[in-house]
Design a protein around this ligand. Structure first.
Ligand code: CIZ
Ligand code: SF4
Length: 305
């Protein structure tokens, strides 16, 4: 039996589901129950009746699944798949920031550890950051860890000042405004779509800025022949696959061939089979972190109902 069928069979036998982020190696989709962004996957994690969740993504995502499903076994295919941006904001650094700006609401990007979430009032994803912060109705907030997403949200709101932590995604920072200028020459008829984790110059030079889900929705709702995509390669691979399978007659071009997150690519089909067999790489969290971290995620759902 090939590896795909072995995984499918074992998954069924163990009542397990596989949640896969859209930056993962594309072949993982073949064994996945849900593929998407962290917001969609966290909702699916909350709803599932499975006994085991295998999270093909990075560490903070599996932790979020555990916060939402504390009684389920959450496993990571490769326990070393982390997120450099999430690791930039530590509990100590956050405590110092809160001391420097006391009494302000603290919002964290979903790209943060469960321990950091436990110290924040609410979290958000790149899909709902503007809505979450708008609905907080605060004059001033602290936002961690992504400086660029924070600045992007601030530019969309009239009455909220955002104190941002100096974190960023090193992968999206590889995208430069020169890449966009070059793409406009190479693909003059293409539309350029960028993720808000990109720097502000890149965001300004793009035609549309949105999360991976918003980028995919933009593609579905428009009729261009070529789309230049300024986010991680996994999104481009999936769009090109879907275009081919559905005869969309649309081409998707990765802005720069280096936009690949090495951590996201650590999980393999072999790792998935192995954790299904051994149930190793389990995510565990302190009860206190589960209680307070979960409130931070629940508040996001409440503010975007
Ligand atoms: O929220 C996510 O899944 C991430 C990391 C990016 C996005 O825009 O979907
Ligand atoms: Fe983290 Fe950036 Fe990789 Fe996303 S692409 S997981 S933000 S390092």
């Amino acid at each position: 039996m090939d590896i795909i069928n072995k995984i499918k069979e074992l998954k069924k036998a163990k009542n397990a589901i596989i949640l896969t982020h859209c930056y993962q190696n594309i072949e993982i989709d073949e064994v996945s129950d849900f593929v998407g962004d962290s917001l969609y996957l966290s909702k699916m994690a909350a709803q599932t009746n499975a006994d085991i969740i295998i999270f093909a993504g990075v560490y903070f995502m599996a932790q979020s699944a555990k916060l939402l499903s504390p009684n389920k076994k959450v496993l990571m295919p490769n326990i070393n798949a982390g997120c450099e941006m999430a690791d930039m904001i530590t509990v100590e650094k956050l405590k110092k920031l809160k001391e420097k700006y006391p009494n302000l609401p603290v919002v964290c990007y979903i790209n943060s550890t469960a321990e950091v979430k436990a110290l924040c009032d609410v979290c958000c994803t790149s899909s709902n950051a503007v809505d979450v912060i708008k609905n907080l109705n605060a004059e001033k907030i602290i936002f961690v860890p992504d400086n660029y997403l924070g600045k992007f949200v601030e530019s969309k709101l009239d009455n909220t000042e955002i104190i941002t932590f100096d974190g960023c995604c090193p992968i999206h920072q590889k995208i430069t405004v020169e890449d966009i200028k070059k793409a406009r020459i190479d693909y003059p008829k293409a539309v350029v779509l960028a993720h808000p984790e990109c720097n502000q110059e890149v965001v300004k030079a793009s035609d549309f800025v949105g999360s991976t889900k918003q980028i995919m929705d933009f593609v579905l709702n428009t009729d261009y022949k070529q789309y230049v995509i300024a986010t991680e390669k996994g999104v481009v691979d999936r769009l090109n696959r879907d275009s081919k399978n559905n005869n969309w007659d649309k081409e998707f071009i990765l802005i720069n061939e280096n936009i690949i997150c090495p951590d996201m690519k650590k999980n393999t089909l072999q790792d998935i089979l192995q954790v299904l067999e051994t149930e190793e790489n389990e995510i565990t969290l302190d009860d206190e972190v589960i209680e307070t971290g979960r409130k931070c995620i629940d508040k996001m759902f409440e503010l975007t109902k």
